[in-house]
Design a protein around this ligand. Sequence first.
Ligand code: NAI
Ligand code: A1CAB
Length: 229
Amino acid sequence: MDAVVEQHGVRAATAAEAAQQADVHVLAVKPADVPAVLATLSEAAGHEGRDAVVVSVAAGVTTAALEAGLPDGMAVVRVMPNTPAVLGAGMSVVSRGSAADDESVRLACALLGTAGEVLELPEKQLDAVTATSGSGPAYVFYLAEAMIEGAVLQGLSRPVARQLTLQTILGSARMLVEGEDSPTVLRERVSSPGGTTMAAVATLDAHATRAAVVDAIRAATERSVELGA
Ligand SMILES: NC(=O)C1=CN([C@@H]2O[C@H](COP(=O)(O)OP(=O)(O)OC[C@H]3O[C@@H](n4cnc5c(N)ncnc54)[C@H](O)[C@@H]3O)[C@@H](O)[C@H]2O)C=CC1
Ligand SMILES: O=C(O)[C@@H]1CCC=N1
């Protein structure tokens, strides 16, 4: 704890102490632990509620569920961030609860904006958001694992396989983000007729890779719904 305080220039406190003093409460515990933290917050805030904003990143936990565990009228903003936030390259989506005004949302967006891009969307889209950008980094890391494995299997050393894979993912991501072309156009540009890329993509299709990714996002969306139930 001392190391965290020193490294980040923050003050350490118990959840109850923080709840009494803070203007913004960031809830970043596992969904199953949310009710216990809401009880602590409610006790500290008092039943009349305080002029504070609760910003929750707990996957699947709805603003209605958060509001039900808090004093009436307490502003709640639900967020789905992702791990590239550690580099300032995050993607966060926020949805406002029934008592959150523009100022609460602006505050939450300003906080999250320090860690990357922020978008406000209706809450009914947050389960699909969770499945796309929340869990999404894992899909890219999974692809990286598979590419490294494939390259090593074809005789490259592990360090070379890693360097080639990571720089390829970085360069491709930059082409997607910095250029105007769609993923389809960019893929077709790599694919010479009868060449190596077409052989690879035909193999991905034969393994129904596209359908598997589409189905994975459906499964993650459904799991997000379950976590909030
Ligand atoms: N890992 C990810 O990429 C993302 C995670 N989330 C959400 O963030 C939340 C946290 O996830 P992780 O960081 O992966 O979990 P984690 O298990 O690494 O962190 C949870 C932390 O909460 C603390 N904690 C538990 N009960 C507490 C209590 N009563 N009072 C104070 N602290 C308490 C634990 O000690 C732990 O440090 C989850 O709700 C998850 O759905 C959301 C978006 C992305
Ligand atoms: O896997 C999870 O449940 C969390 C939510 C999004 C990313 N990680």
